[in-house]
Write a protein that binds this ligand. Structure first.
Ligand code: ADP
Ligand code: MG
Length: 274
């Protein structure tokens, strides 16, 4: 609603994980490089962790866009699946036609596909988002998937993406075998002060600002940084509300006060009236 007021062609701070807005901070760049390396080197298991809102899902979507067409991918974002459903979803995502209903038959179909891809020089990647929510049983099943391998190469690259609890979860002795197979790991930290500023600028530019959009004062950015602790999701929520406030006040200049007001709104009015 405020886009045209700020000369923007779309909302700059929506909270969907749209890779079009991707800002490659040094940390995000490194996370992406780890994933690409693990895939290229066919390491088998890759683990990506980060607090809620640090950009894990966005990065996965960006990765999917970046991979060559010779790399077949499946992206699982529902962690509440049965073992059969998990296999079926992976097969469907990879485009493997199979009416198989049993675990054995699904495994077989997947294995055949993997061998075929290997023959033509391809690679296969399964990304599992919110992996901290997977049951031990499902995690064990995922480990079994990586048994589908040829003599000297992993046929399937599995990226486990999750909140820091994922790491804790994998410490369970019952998951020792899985943990030992994870070769590449990366933990996405929050953005620092400078990166927060660049992040905001980048999203405004993608939304069409190009220097003409809203003007976030330094103090305002400082406040965003302090409140969000550098978590992109919180930066978005805060900046979106601040832009709305600026719009209501007919000011293209976003001040510390606009941010303060946004914080009040986010925290509800509880604090104000009691
Ligand atoms: N590097 C980034 N570039 C642009 N936007 C980002 C970035 N990281 C996170 N975001 C934004 O922050 C919000 C939360 O990101 P998301 O990927 O859903 O985090 P997570 O999956 O780690 O919880 C989304 O709106 C997303 O667009
Ligand atoms: Mg996510």
């Amino acid at each position: 609603m405020y886009e045209s007021f700020y000369s923007l062609n779309r909302k700059p701070f929506s909270v969907t994980s749209n890779p079009h807005f991707l800002y490659l901070s040094p940390l995000h760049k490194e996370a992406l490089a780890h994933m690409l390396y693990g895939i290229q080197e066919r390491v088998g298991f890759i683990e990506i962790t980060g607090e809620v809102g640090t950009g894990k899902t966005t990065l996965c979507r960006a990765l999917l866009n970046e991979l060559a067409t010779t790399v077949k991918t499946a992206f699982i974002f529902n962690s509440n699946l049965s073992e059969i459903q998990l296999l079926q979803t992976i097969l469907k995502d990879l485009g493997i036609p199979s009416g198989a209903k049993s675990k054995g038959a699904l495994f077989q179909a997947l294995n055949q596909f993997l061998l075929e891809q290997m023959r033509v020089g391809g690679n296969v990647v399964v990304i599992i988002d919110e992996a901290q929510n997977l049951s031990n049983k499902l995690l064990e099943q995922i480990r079994m998937l990586s048994n589908l391998e040829s003599e000297n190469e992993k046929l399937l690259q599995i990226i486990l993406v999750g909140q820091p609890e994922l790491r804790e979860k994998l410490k369970d002795p019952a998951l020792r075998q899985l943990r030992q197979r994870i070769v590449v790991r990366y933990h996405i930290e929050a953005l620092d002060r400078l990166e927060v500023s660049r992040y905001i600028g980048h999203r405004l530019d993608i939304a069409g600002a190009n220097g003409k959009g809203p003007n976030f004062e330094e103090n305002a950015i400082e406040k965003v940084y302090r409140y969000s602790a550098g978590i992109p999701r919180l930066i978005n929520i805060l900046c979106d509300k601040a832009l709305l406030n600026g719009f209501v006040q007919e000011s293209r200049r976003i001040t510390e006060n606009n941010i303060q007001q946004a914080i009040h709104e986010i925290e509800g009015n509880n604090h104000e009236y009691n």
